[in-house]
Design a protein around this ligand. Sequence first.
Ligand code: FHN
Length: 602
Amino acid sequence: MRFHDCMKIIAMTGLLSAGSPVFAQQPDQLWGQNAEAGKGEKTRWFTEAKFGLFLHWGPYAHFGGDIRGKRYYGITEWIMNRDKTPAAEYARLAGGFNPVEFDAEEWVRIAKASGVKYIVLTAKHHDGFAMWDSKVSDFDIVDATPYKKDPIKALAAACKKEGIKLGFYYSQFQDWHEPNGGGNSWDFDPKKKDYAAYYRGKSLPQITELLSNYGELGIIWFDTPGNMNKEESAAFLEKVHQLQPNCLVSSRVGNGLGDFKDFGDGEVPAGVVKGAWEAIFTHNDSWGYSAFDQNFKTPQEIIRLLAEVASKGGNLMMNIGPMGNGKLPALSEKYFRATGDWLKVNGEAVYGTGYSPIAPQPWGVMTHKPGKLYLHVFHRPHNGKLLLPDFTAKAVKASLLAGKKPLTMRQQGKDVYINLPATLPDERNTVVVLDYSGELKEQPQTPQVISTQFERLSLPAQGASLNGNAQTKSLTHSYYFGDWKHAMCIVNQQSVADSISYRLRFTEPGDYKVVLQYSADTANERREGLLELIPAGKAMQEYPFQVLLTGKHDTHKPLLFIDQAVAVITVPVPGEWTLRVRPAKDGKELFRLKQVLLEPLK
Ligand code: FHN
């Protein structure tokens, strides 16, 4: 029951299934009610910044996932809620929070070295604890802990000095310390709550303090609007704009409002999204510090994620959970600094760029500035000849961004071939700059290049053409608690007409193993499907398969996928093929298909 109470709050916030527009289907998808949102001068610094640092820091950092002798895996900033710690007891335990080693200047130095352009710190999370000297409530770091100092003041000064934009996270609805705040039903009867009194008495006045006493702010990052109505969300938005007209407000102020859009935790939209938006991830799996979560993303993972998000037109805000003593976890500092080292060389291909006009390729993704296409090469083709298809402009010159080394290239119609060096200078992501003249048109739906030059080629769910009732759906799931993950899948293939297909462009002859990666529950088990491969102008090859059980989709459990090989095909000459997957007969849903994989055979 406990677990479900917590989850009800998250579900209530509507954050579980943020929309994920597909480039091919909704290239102009804007979010919110205001079609102008995210456009124009006010958001310019934000859309150019591309990389931000989120910091979840509060008394929960002192507990590190362990409270009253009990260990909680998953997100640790929810520890009070998960433990149902009485508010008075939590306040007493929070008195142990004493971050004597906190050094705002050091944090900002690390942030700068990591290449982030803005920082968002949790001024008040759902536990209701203020990380500044609030006059509205004494449940704050100055009045309720031995630390007695205001870290927000120090951070604001350090950010100002170093020219980093500062924003504050503020939980405007959930406040587990207050009888009228959202979320705490173990101490306070939800039926007796007067939320309006809470907004009036605590959250709006605290927002006023933050916007009045800490200089110019870049963002107020609201979160989990819960059951707020549109007028209530609008009151928060207006309060921010009235006090600091240039300060941006996150879409989690609720009810379709806000100056930019935030996707779900740990979620990247399926394709390009126009307007100002942010993908938010945490460095391991918890937002607050966890003494036992070691699942840190490597520098390679961060660098590639940053490039992927930028290629879709957004920012990546990556979180670190500082420790209770005020230090950043050593691996977070190390891996963020490594990302910053890569950005020092390759920042031109990230900061100030726009989304890619060309779909992702087997070797990586692209970002764009007028006259320059940046090719982020994650995988070197074995023969070193990188193919860029769908290029409508005139390629003028190609070079490595690192060291400006020129590369030879040739253009044949819309294909540009670039000769890469024998070893890439950076295996994680080597950026090639392609200077061009003329018009580079957006090419959202072109055949997917399949080549023996790579180990494994992926046809992701979001790239499929959908027929009948087939749909794509982002399936949210988690491991421990609140550590949300998202898998884009094709669902709802019930009848033979609900097929999905991909256009493929084989660039060389070769044999390929075709693998379906899917998840299936007992309703799908043993359903029969057909994989159809159709070389242009030739007879169709048909491969039947039977669906295997992996388990059911439960938001609160891991979602398991199987890789099932269903065909080996021979491609005798380069050319275009169509690949189709459909149920063999009408009936129940076939499965939840995440991707089709093609493995060149050696
Ligand atoms: O409940 C919070 C959670 O603790 C964390 O702050 C994340 C960060 O985006 N926001 C909420 C859940 O989406």
